[in-house]
Design a protein around this ligand. Structure first.
Ligand SMILES: *[C@@H]1O[C@H](CO)[C@@H](O)[C@H](O)[C@H]1NC(C)=O
Ligand SMILES: *[C@@H]1O[C@H](CO)[C@@H](O)[C@H](O)[C@H]1NC(C)=O
Ligand SMILES: *[C@@H]1O[C@H](CO)[C@@H](O)[C@H](O)[C@H]1NC(C)=O
Ligand SMILES: *[C@@H]1O[C@H](CO)[C@@H](O)[C@H](O)[C@H]1NC(C)=O
Length: 218
C-alpha cells in the first residue's frame, strides 16, 4: 500500500498541474470591467458598422475571447490591441466599408492598449470620403502604452490634441486622409521619442512639420 502511494504521487501531481493549467487561462482572460465599459461605449458611437464587425461585442461575454478585433494580454487580462474594422481575411475588402460614427472619449480608459487601429478601408475614399467623424478625443493621450495609432482614411476634424505629448512609446502614427486642421504642435513630436513613421497627408494643417522632428527622422 505504501509503495503504491509513493509511486503514484508524481502522477497525481502531474494530473493536478494539467488540470490547473487548463483552468488558469480561463480565469485570467475574462474581460476587465473598465475595458468592457470602454469598448461598449465605443461601440455605441458607431452607427452603421455595428451589425457587422461589432456584432460579437456582447455585454457580459468575455471580450478577450470572443469579441472581434480585440486582443488581451494573457497575464493581466487587459485589452492591448483593438482593430475591429480590419477584415479577418486581408483580401476581403468589402467588410470594412460601412463604418461611420464618432470616437468615444472612453477609449482613453483602455489603459494597457498598445495598438489602436481604426483605419477605415474605402475603395473610393477620395471621391466619397466617409468614416469616423468629429474630433479626436484628447483622452487618447492617456494611452501611454500605445506604440501604434492608426486613424487614417476617416473624416475626423479638429486638431491633434496636445495630450498626444504623453504618447512617449508611439512608433507609428497614421492620421493621413482626414479633415484635421490647425497647427502641428512642436511639443507633441518632441516628446514622441520612439516615433519612426508619421503620416499626415490629406489633411488641412496650417503649418509644416517642425524641422526638429524632420532632423530626428533623418
Ligand atoms: C451613417 O451610415 C448610415 C447608413 O449608411 C446612414 O444612414 C447615416 O446617415 C450615416 N451617418 C452619417 C452621419 O454619415
Ligand atoms: C472612462 O472615461 C470617461 C470619459 O473620459 C470618464 O468620464 C470616466 O471617468 C472613465 N472611467 C474610468 C474608470 O476611468
Ligand atoms: C467638425 O465637423 C462638424 C460637422 O461637420 C462641424 O460641426 C464642426 O464644427 C467641425 N469642427 C471643426 C473643428 O472643424
Ligand atoms: C481644407 O480647407 C479648405 C478651405 O477651408 C476646404 O475647401 C477643403 O475642403 C479642406 N480640405 C479638407 C481635406 O478638409
Amino acid at each position: 500500500m505504501e509503495t503504491f502511494k509513493t509511486n503514484y504521487l508524481p502522477l497525481l501531481f502531474l494530473a493536478i498541474l494539467a488540470y490547473c493549467s487548463i483552468l488558469y487561462p480561463l480565469l485570467v482572460e475574462s474581460c476587465n470591467p473598465i475595458d468592457e465599459e470602454a469598448l461598449l461605449k465605443f461601440k455605441g458611437g458607431i452607427e452603421y458598422g455595428a451589425q457587422y464587425q461589432l456584432a460579437t461585442w456582447i455585454p457580459k461575454t468575455n471580450c478577450c475571447a470572443t469579441w472581434y478585433g480585440v486582443e488581451c494580454d494573457a497575464a493581466n487580462g487587459r485589452v492591448v490591441r483593438l482593430s475591429p474594422f480590419r477584415p479577418a481575411n486581408p483580401m476581403d475588402v468589402d467588410i470594412s466599408v460601412f463604418v461611420n460614427g464618432t470616437l468615444s472619449p472612453f477609449l482613453g480608459n483602455l489603459t494597457y492598449l498598445q495598438v489602436l487601429d481604426l483605419f477605415h478601408f474605402q475603395e473610393n475614399y477620395l471621391s466619397n470620403p466617409d468614416g469616423l467623424r468629429g474630433p479626436i478625443p484628447p483622452q487618447l493621450g492617456m494611452l501611454s502604452h500605445l506604440t501604434s495609432l492608426h486613424l487614417g482614411a476617416n473624416i475626423l476634424n479638429g486638431s491633434i490634441p496636445t495630450s498626444f505629448a504623453n504618447l512617449h512609446k508611439l512608433q507609428f502614427l497614421y492620421l493621413g486622409h482626414n479633415r484635421l486642421s490647425g497647427s502641428i504642435p512642436n511639443i507633441i513630436f518632441r516628446s514622441m521619442k520612439s516615433l519612426s513613421t508619421l503620416s499626415l497627408a490629406g489633411n488641412n494643417f496650417t503649418c509644416s512639420i517642425p524641422s526638429s522632428f524632420m532632423k530626428k527622422l533623418r
